[in-house]
Ligand binder design. Sequence first.
Ligand code: IMP
Length: 425
Amino acid sequence: MSSMVIVGAQWGDEGKGKITDFLAEKADVVVRYQGGNNAGHTVEVGNEQYKLQLIPSGILHSDKLCIIGNGVVLDPEAFLNEVRNLENRGVATANLKISDRAHVIFPYHKKIDELSELKRGSNDLGTTKKGIGPAYMDKTERVGIRVCDLLKKDVFAAKLKENLEAKNSYLKKMFEFEGYSYEEMLEKYLAYAEQIRPYVDDTSVLVYNAIKADKNVLFEGAQGTLLDLDFGTYPYVTSSHPVAGGVCIGAGVGPALIGKAVGVVKAYTTRVGKGPFPTELFDETGEYIRKKGFEFGTVTGRPRRCGWFDAVIVRYAVRISGLTGIAVTKLDTLADIPRVKICVGYKLNGEIIKDFPASIEDLAFCEPIYEEFEGWEDVSHIKEYNKLPTNMLRYLERIEELCGTKISLVSVGPKRDETIVIEEF
Ligand code: IMP
């Protein structure tokens, strides 16, 4: 395996948690490089289901080093809750490390996220309200507080004072919100600091040393390509870089040290939040997919919007992240639909376009061009690729052709053993 990055090739929720957990078996180190607890990775092991938000899916394998990289924004309260929940279920977290360069989320970030969304009214972005955007804003404004600051009492006290004065004034002026007490927040976060201290390290050193020692390092992307700040459906995006390039900055790794990039792709398309979605289904097939695929947000519980597979999107993801293979998930969800469709291109102002447009105003007017395929029955019991129904194989072969990369793995159910490897990674 050596080093490999796993990215979501659509709008997130492609099943990256399951695929990462599956591939983590061969990894020595699993690294999160962007996002925060806005992510929701569901992993099923035996009869147990785990919902991870911040901690890499590799944590479910006791012998892996799991890293929360510098590119992640860390909510200490959410982190400690997740640690506690895992420990209570017998999952050890001793092998977990947090980058000393990661930025910290504070209650004012969450409040600004929530009140800004409210103020936008019907033009809201549909964020998870976890304070992700405002925390990254502070990072780029160069006023953010990092984990290494949090661990130094005097440095932290001074930085918090400065930040809180500015944030309280902003919250008052913009939203008539009274703001937060400095003393209370200082005390609370100093207590968090002591609890997270044992996990903190210079994680880029750990990653570099692992790669140099020929260990297998797996970089686990959260969200997906179309939620990328640069390449997604801006402004309906998250504030980080889920694409493969995000690894270099978010984990402190040079591009030449990343061997492979695998895209996780759902057999259809979903998205939460707002923004144009060309293949969205508003009919009973969309409802069927939502119910059968349990398409409700792991973090927010919101129903996900569902639509047909869009090859324009996945081809785009293949190009932007240089994907060397894709893993197709949730093929079982499409079972028993008599005819399924793949969008092979868009029609915009009478012209056929095959590359994903930058402008969401253009995207909103893109009409999908479909190819239709015969459906298939239940496949969750099938363990070999060539025993999959012929109609499904036709569907998968067409996806490979259209997206310009090979399918390395297919998933036919949520469990670890409902996975068929076509080609070793
Ligand atoms: P934020 O990341 O909370 O700022 O939300 C920005 C956009 O990203 C919204 O449309 C969210 O619904 C979406 N989003 C954030 N995290 C995820 C995820 O893990 N899966 C799917 N969508 C997400």
